[in-house]
Design a protein around this ligand. Structure first.
Ligand code: NAI
Length: 218
């Protein structure tokens, strides 16, 4: 069921970070944390944390702070991590294979069921238990399997066409790594466009500032 309350995208973007920090605290057997301490660890103000968590009803108690396990579980529920998701990867090249080889997604409940590619040399390969299948059978595969999420790790030239094919065949969540921002106005489809190079450019900006460099004149 969709929740009635509007939560801003900025808050949603911070939630996985809360979840990660709380998971680390739990792993260290820390059961309770003050908002001040959490704020110090995360580099976010205590008031920001309170504001963020208040969107979901607030979880702290005056004078006690936060119960780490409870908050971790609640964050998991908010993030939809109480169930597992079936995932396919389209494009079994460098990035597709790297993602399939990463075991942590499974631990979070994202099960990679299969990879798909057009390259005959890749079709039939087994990547950590998931087979690379021929793109030609994708539509039939989607008819027979309930897939929640498709990951796109193909060149941007074919990304839009493949994404439309996925959506036409019932996929409603796309984790897109192709360097084109996918949009599906009017469809009930959610897309997360990932650009690692944006993060790298942010780093280069910070490095430039750290070194007080100015761009060379042309
Ligand atoms: P790659 O060339 O190793 O792999 C791409 C694979 O897609 C190949 O195996 C190819 O046969 C397959 N492919 C091409 N067209 C297809 C189609 N229509 N249907 C199914 N499979 C198809 O490339 P790599 O390094 O794995 O990168 C994949 C994509 O991800 C590229 O577009 C690249 O620009 C992008 N990328 C994005 C990053 C990001 O942060 N968003 C980071 C790294 C790569």
């Amino acid at each position: 069921m969709k929740s009635e309350k509007y939560i801003s995208p900025a808050v949603i973007r911070r939630l996985p970070r809360y979840y990660r920090y709380l998971g680390d605290l739990l792993a260290k057997d820390i059961t309770r944390i003050s908002s001040g301490e959490l704020s110090k660890r995360m580099g976010i103000t205590a008031s920001q944390i309170r504001q963020d968590l208040n969107n979901f009803g607030g979880f702290g108690q005056q004078g006690y702070g936060y119960n780490v396990e409870y908050l971790y579980k609640e964050m998991g529920k908010i993030l939809g991590l109480y169930k597992s998701y079936s995932v396919i990867i389209i494009g079994a090249g460098n990035l597709g294979q790297a993602l399939a080889n990463y075991t942590n997604f499974e631990k979070r409940g994202f099960r990679i069921e299969a990879l798909f590619d057009v390259n005959p040399q890749l079709i039939g390969l087994n990547i950590r238990g998931s087979e690379v299948l021929d793109m030609a059978i994708l539509e039939g595969y989607l008819r027979d399997h309930a897939i929640d999420i498709a990951v796109l790790t193909i060149p941007k030239t074919s990304a839009v066409e493949v994404a439309n094919l996925l959506v036409d065949n019932g996929i409603s969540a796309i984790w897109n790594f192709a360097s084109v921002d996918l949009k599906f106005p009017g469809h009930s489809v959610v897309v997360e466009n990932v650009h690692l190079s944006d993060s790298l450019m942010t780093l280069s900006y910070q490095l430039k500032e750290l070194r007080s460099e100015t761009p060379l004149e042309e």
